[in-house]
Design a protein. Structure first.
Lengths: 317, 320
């Protein structure tokens, strides 16, 4: 993802182009038939293939690996150290990082980020599924118009709304609270997630809710008892991305959060870099690692969901 | 679409057909109520957080407004000032440079690696995740800090450069290099478009390649005549998305320049300048004008992409 934008940018009007919209993740089904012949002649090519990919992979992962390993180095041995394996290891950097910034504890920043990320997940899961249900399953006048407007907001640069939003939240005395950062999540303002859910819901068999209707179930019941359980795969994907985007978001917190007690991890990290002298690269690296840790854990646990989500829907990182 | 119709028929079956009209219309009214009830969170968000603010910023774009005094109507003043503002023009220039150089390189890398991974060898899934990882973390403050640390004077990149006989110096302090450093950061995140390309490549039927081989086509010809046309919808999708995203680069430029947009405004990208004007100088009318120029520009670019797409994007066949 190029920018951490609250509203737009990850999204796609042409979602169909990337393989037909979001579907329940399909396992790849292509197998070669028997192709035993000439296997030996190919083995050197296979070796070359894996070799070149590993070299490329090394280059790609180098910055991340450098960050992690540098965080265990003494501060004065970090800059310009091309080697990945530290000569001297120390945990001092993490002690520095955990001691917080300007009297505010590390755990305050961590908790703030966590509240915002979990809030984003809950808000998006509720609001986008409800709105998507209206778009995908209820027939009412104006639906096409609203849907078109929703699609229209997908590619809209959020900068065009950020100034009036700030003025509004300022009037409401909500600057330096979490409300400006959470409210949009509960109001389905991130159209991308609504779009994702609509695409998924349209692929669910209609017979299910039709028969439920004949049995006398209303929309609320169909939504809650039939749709939501079926939407688990797309909910998982959406939740992962909602969490990570919120966790990494920088612009929103930068604008709205003023007092250090309310800072998120990225803001605290920026503050730290701003305050400390150049020589304390160790503390910076340790903070940087800690700020990314939840994202890395998510990635390791949910790799399949994440990458399949990108592949099937054009979701961005 | 048929749900309401089907559902409204259902109760009629058992009823005497005396007043079907009112039954149907009350059914429809109930559907409408339900529809708007379910849509209400989005509608509220749309009006309060998107449509309303858009109109407000359109109005503000024609005013002087500093948050502390009432907006003062100035007509087209802000727009005229924009096009005489050297810092603004510079931000447009480097943002375009970033987008026009970075996006093609990123997409070319994404396509190349996707084709490499598309062979049916083992380990493909793991490699795919591997290459995707930077896309997930690349926009974070953490990585921007790492980037900064790697590209400063005597940093890792400088050392490697010295090792091969170049003396590039630090890129962070060199106004002619900072854009390229950030372009590299963008290219580093080629994984997301790569995953999308890979999904597109899997949709191309192998019979096409087999038929081309029978006809004696080489790899270059197969790439130009089969892969590129068949993949064109996906290329289009990635191109639109990546280009528009790259106009909005903010966080990494902010961190790398330590919140200054420097050195010599060389990382003062469009959105960074907008932030400076709007949220540091509180020239909110001016910043709103900037935001609207960006919206119009993004709209124009998207329109151009869509208008020209019929000449080079092939839908149909396997593409959906």
């Amino acid at each position: 993802m190029t920018t951490t934008t609250p509203t737009t940018g990850k999204a796609v009007a042409a979602g169909e182009a990337a393989g037909g919209g979001m579907r329940p993740p399909a396992r790849s089904t292509d197998h070669d038939g028997g192709r035993g012949r000439a296997r030996r002649r190919r083995s050197w090519r296979t070796l070359l293939y894996h070799g070149s990919i590993l070299v490329l992979g090394f280059v790609i992962l180098y910055p991340a690996a450098w960050m992690v390993l540098s965080s265990f180095r003494p501060s004065n041995e970090i800059v310009g150290n091309v080697n990945l394996i530290p000569d001297n290891t120390t945990l001092d950097n993490f002690v520095t990082a955990f001691s917080g910034i300007g009297g505010v504890s590390f755990w305050t920043f961590f908790t703030n980020s966590m509240i915002l990320a979990v809030g984003a997940v809950v808000g998006i899961a509720l609001s986008s599924t409800v709105s998507a249900y209206a778009f995908a399953r209820i027939e009412f006048p104006g639906r096409k118009l609203w849907f078109a407007l929703m699609i229209g907001t997908l590619l809209l640069p959020f900068h065009v709304v950020i100034i009036p939003q700030y003025i509004m939240f300022n009037e409401l005395n909500m600057v330096d609270t979490f409300w400006p950062l959470l409210l949009g999540k509960f109001l389905a303002a991130e159209a991308f997630f609504v779009f994702l859910m609509v695409q998924f819901m349209r692929n669910l068999p209609r017979e299910l809710d039709e028969s439920a209707r004949i049995d006398g179930a209303g929309h609320a019941r169909i939504y809650w008892s039939i749709m939501l359980p079926l939407m688990r795969p797309v909910m998982v994907t959406a939740s992962i991305f909602a969490f990570i985007w919120s966790w990494n978001d920088f612009f929103g917190p930068l604008i709205y959060l003023k007092s250090p007690d309310n800072y998120t991890m990225p803001l605290a990290l920026r503050q730290y870099v701003d305050q400390t002298t150049v020589s304390d690269y160790g503390g910076q690296m340790a903070m940087a690692v800690l700020a990314l840790l939840p994202v890395l854990i998510f990635f390791i646990v949910f790799q399949r969901y994440i990458v399949d989500g990108v592949a099937t829907s054009g979701l961005k990182g | 679409m048929t749900l309401a119709r089907e559902a409204s028929k259902a109760p009629e079956v058992g009823k005497p057909p005396r007043r079907p009209r009112s039954a149907r219309s009350s059914r429809r009214a109930a559907e409408t109520r339900a529809g708007y009830a379910f849509l209400s969170p989005w509608l509220l968000g749309f009006f309060a957080l998107t449509a309303g603010p858009m109109l407000a910023s359109l109005y503000l774009a024609f005013t002087n407004y500093s948050l502390f005094r009432a907006p003062e109507w100035v007509g087209l003043d802000n727009f005229i000032r924009l096009f005489n503002d050297d810092r603004y023009l510079n931000s447009v220039k480097i943002t375009l440079q970033y987008a026009l150089v970075g996006t093609p390189i990123k997409l070319a890398a994404a396509l190349a690696v996707a084709m490499l991974l598309n062979s049916r060898r083992r380990g493909q899934g793991a490699y795919r995740s591997f290459f995707y990882a930077p896309s997930l973390i690349g926009a974070s403050v953490s990585i921007a800090i790492v980037w900064r640390a790697m590209f400063i004077d005597n940093g890792v990149v400088d050392r490697v450069g010295q090792g091969v006989g170049l003396s590039p110096g630090g890129w962070v302090g060199d106004p002619s290099m900072t854009v390229y450093m950030l372009i590299l950061l963008a290219v580093w995140q080629f994984g997301a478009p790569m995953v999308i390309f890979l999904a597109g490549l899997k949709q191309i039927p192998t019979e096409l390649y087999e038929a081309a081989e029978v006809d004696g086509a080489g790899p270059v010809r197969k790439f130009l005549r089969i892969t590129l046309p068949m993949l064109s919808p996906v290329i289009f999708f990635n191109l639109v998305l990546e280009t528009i995203n790259s106009f909005q680069v903010f966080g990494s430029a902010f961190i790398v320049s330590n919140g200054t947009g420097g050195p010599a405004d060389s990382t003062m990208f469009y959105t960074l300048y907008l932030y400076f004007r709007g949220f540091r100088d509180f020239q909110m009318g001016y910043a709103s004008a900037m935001a609207w120029v960006l919206v119009l520009f993004v709209g124009l670019i998207t329109l151009i992409f869509f208008k020209t797409s019929k000449h080079w994007v092939h839908y149909g066949g396997e593409g959906k």
